[in-house]
Design a protein around this ligand. Structure first.
Ligand code: NAI
Length: 296
């Protein structure tokens, strides 16, 4: 068993939607967790949000009061990357932008111990490319969680060209120890799920753009007849239109702008106008407040 020991610290860098979910998963698996975010005050806000989620689990009877208190006591924030020096694994969930991720990992390499596993939660960038500038790309791996990370079991464990077999195995076993269902895959654009899901979103948006049906109708059809938990419009409102569009662009670019993966103009308009989904209070559907989970 090469899973990372529960007594060792998990560092989460980038504490937005995904970072908070991954932190919750690692905390409830028993690890000390340290949060770092480049946005001023954001790591502390994220720690408060994770704490509030633990409280809700207690209220719903899904988590014991003592377990929640223990998890809270293990949750820390860092004001500086240097404070991540004791991490056994860093899971990165920052902005989906290659040079920014490369810069972060180059800086992290100077901070963490030799045996620290470096993992990216990228949805669509090449793991090989993110690891490009690193001195030791062998310990670099993709760990792609799905949103919401505490609920969805799948984790794609992605090996780049330079990823060591031991690092990929360690990431797989760690995800399994965290109660997830990891799958190994290679570094192809969009990995497994995001590649297969592109035509799902694209065709739904095309039906809407051609005035075939409205978003609520298409969502209802896919939920009720297709057996999907969520339709593509409500799902992209949950994911974030900006995040989802970035993935579409990245997969399209990676396939040399193949017409098969052309991004949606209607989604582009949403992003340009700040209608990012639940997080901004409006996406395909309006929400009562930013962060609300049901359309207004
Ligand atoms: P988000 O926008 O909610 O959070 C990103 C956080 O990273 C922000 O708090 C921001 O301040 C911080 N950040 C940006 N640059 C930074 C830097 N250089 N150093 C430290 N912190 C920095 O984004 P979200 O949705 O959590 O996505 C994060 C990553 O996870 C992206 O790579 C995305 O593609 C991936 N992902 C997103 C999913 C989703 O459904 N939203 C699902 C699976 C993966």
């Amino acid at each position: 068993m090469t899973a990372i020991d529960r007594a060792r610290t998990v560092a989460v860098v980038g504490t937005g939607t995904m970072g908070q979910g991954i932190a919750q998963v690692a905390l409830l698996a028993g690890h000390p967790v340290r949060l770092y975010d480049a946005g001023p005050g954001r790591a502390r806000e994220a720690a408060a949000a994770v704490g509030a989620r633990l409280d809700r689990l207690v209220e719903k009877g899904r988590l014991g009061r003592e377990d929640a208190a223990g998890a809270r006591a293990r949750l820390h924030t860092a004001d500086d990357l240097a404070e991540l020096a004791d991490a056994a694994i860093v899971v990165e969930a920052i902005v989906e932008h290659l040079p920014v991720k490369q810069q972060l990992f180059t800086a992290l390499e100077e901070v963490v111990a030799e045996d620290c596993l470096l993992a990216t939660n990228t949805s669509s960038l090449s793991v090989t490319a993110v690891a490009g500038p690193l001195k030791n790309p062998g310990r670099f791996v993709g760990m792609h969680f799905f949103n919401p990370a505490p609920l969805l079991p799948l984790v794609e464990v992605v090996s780049g060209f330079a990823t060591d077999e031991t690092s990929a195995t360690r990431a797989w076993e760690t995800a399994a120890a965290w109660g997830k269902t990891p799958v190994r895959c290679a570094d192809t654009p969009g990995f497994i799920v995001n590649r297969i899901a592109r035509p799902f979103y694209a065709e739904a948006f095309a039906v809407y753009e051609e005035q075939g049906a409205d978003p609520a109708t298409i969502d209802a059809v896919l939920r009720e007849s297709g057996g999907f938990k969520m339709g593509p419009f409500e799902l992209t409102d949950l994911i974030g239109q900006d995040v989802n569009e970035a993935v579409s662009r990245s997969v399209w670019e990676s396939f040399f702008q193949s017409p098969k993966f052309v991004p949606s103009l209607a989604q582009r308009r949403l992003v340009e106008s700040g209608r990012l989904g639940r997080k901004s209070g409006h996406g395909w559907f309006p929400y009562a407040d930013a962060g609300a989970s049901k359309p207004a």
